[in-house]
Ligand binder design. Structure first.
Ligand code: ASP
Ligand code: MG
Length: 431
């Protein structure tokens, strides 16, 4: 059965990391194996900066960045291959030159199109090096161009998958010849062969697309953390790892703001019941986390998510009238028009409260529009705590000493909105 492995930028950030990747893969002899790779380290950010400089007419800065990109990739190649670097260095040079040429050719196009012809090269470069290194390390390998596999529409920077055509193209990818297929995350192409990208962090989605089309046994996302946690370990001193959660639970956590796996990635896997495992590339013995069909473990451990920089709007009809459905409809319609999403909605007889992310450029027009028909009170600098599967004691402990400005709860999710000043420092989850 086919396995799909995805490696992010941190797992291939330099020569030492790529060597470690080779050693890791040598421990997984089962085939077919598809390896999906992101751009090295922070290359995607560097390419975005390069694009911005070129589009702002800063030609010299564009040039510096292009040469830095070339130098960094070539130096990785030299460290890895030493005297044998020649042929790989040539391929890297050719890709950087092609990037430069495509970038110039499309300079007058709209930004999303131009972005895709430029930024997508990070993955072409990384997979060229990784694939050559695996071959050098003695593993039978085949580099595959994701632009020939993943077919999309021309919605540049957020391309939508043409599932039917992609499935046909991907079919041969898991050929039983013992070779590891190395391909790029994040990129695809239109049916005319124009390069597209799937959105930032799109490599996880690429792995899911291939797994879906191949009906793979499992997708493994290799990370610098052992797996998924019930709370952000940077904010909570006693976060614990979630070893098993269901697709539904993972989507709930992501919806409430947890940095788990993007729902877009889970969809194609959920449809084919393909489990997704998150595992540490630094510690192969560490127990991983798996997202799958099984819902039995979802309620065992409460999960906590904090969302900062929240604004609460308390909206009331001006004429002592009810906040009835037509009024709610009107207010939510304006929210949609403003392109905003409410992280908490709570209705009373004469009040609708909305908790929103605090982007001022979108909030201000919404508030101005609401103020023409409603009385609006706004509270800023808030932190929204969402707890899945909390009991009363946990909720009480976490709320103690904090003033809740809004609350909401149902059978499995409780939310509390606190002033951010009361949410600083490390949180502790009482046992
Ligand atoms: N390289 C792309 C990014 O940094 C895609 C990915 O890493 O998932 O967003
Ligand atoms: Mg990534």
């Amino acid at each position: 059965m086919t396995q799909v492995f995805k490696f992010g930028g941190a797992s291939i950030q330099d020569a030492a990391a790529i060597r470690r990747l080779g050693k890791l893969l040598a421990r997984f002899p089962a085939r077919p194996l598809i390896v999906v790779v992101s751009a090295m380290g922070k290359t995607t950010n560097a390419l975005e900066a390069l694009l911005a400089e070129a589009r702002n007419g800063k030609t010299a800065d564009y040039h510096d960045r292009l040469e830095t990109l070339r130098r960094d990739h070539l130096s990785t190649v030299e460290t890895l291959f030493g005297a044998k670097a020649g042929p790989v260095a040539e391929r890297v040079e050719a890709l950087v030159n092609e990037l430069d040429q495509l970038h110039r050719q499309h300079a007058s196009r709209d930004r999303p199109f131009h972005y895709d012809q430029t930024v997508g090269f990070g993955e072409l470069l990384s997979t060229t090096i990784v694939s050559a290194w695996l071959h050098e390390a003695g593993m039978a390998t085949a580099w595959r161009d994701a632009r020939e596999l993943v077919v999309t529409d021309d919605c540049h920077q957020a391309a939508n998958i043409d599932w039917e055509t992609t499935a046909k193209r991907v079919r041969g990818l898991a050929a039983d010849d013992g070779r590891i297929r190395v391909t790029q995350g994040f990129i695809g192409s239109t049916s005319e062969g124009v390069m597209t990208t799937l959105g930032r962090e799109g490599s996880d989605f690429s792995a899911a697309i291939l797994a879906h089309c191949l009906e793979a046994e499992e997708v493994t996302i290799w990370k610098d953390v052992p797996g998924l946690f019930n709370a952000d370990p940077r904010r909570f001193d006693n976060a614990v790892q979630l070893e098993r959660i269901s697709y539904d639970e993972a989507v709930e956590l992501a919806w409430h703001g947890a940095k788990v796996i993007h729902p877009k990635t889970l969809g194609p896997l959920q449809q084919k019941s393909i489990p997704l495992t998150v595992r540490s590339f630094e510690d192969l013995e560490a127990p991983p986390s798996t997202i799958g069909r099984d819902t039995r473990f979802d309620t065992q451990t409460p999960s906590l998510v904090l969302r900062d920089e929240q604004t609460l709007l308390e909206i009331r009809p001006r004429d002592f009238a009810f906040m009835d459905e037509p009024r709610q409809h009107d207010i939510l319609g304006r929210l949609v028009e403003a392109g905003l999403h409410a992280n908490l909605i709570d209705a009373g007889a004469m009040r609708l409260s909305l908790c929103l992310d605090g982007h001022p450029e979108r909030l201000e027009p919404l508030i101005t529009s609401l103020c023409t028909d409603y009385a609006v009170v706004r509270h800023e600098d808030l932190t929204l705590l969402t707890i899945r599967h909390a009991d009363d004691a946990l909720l009480a402990a976490l709320s103690s000493g904090r003033d809740s400005l809004a609350e909401r709860g149902n059978a499995d999710t409780a939310q509390r909105l606190f002033p951010s000043t009361q949410c600083q420092g490390t949180w502790h989850i009482p046992g």
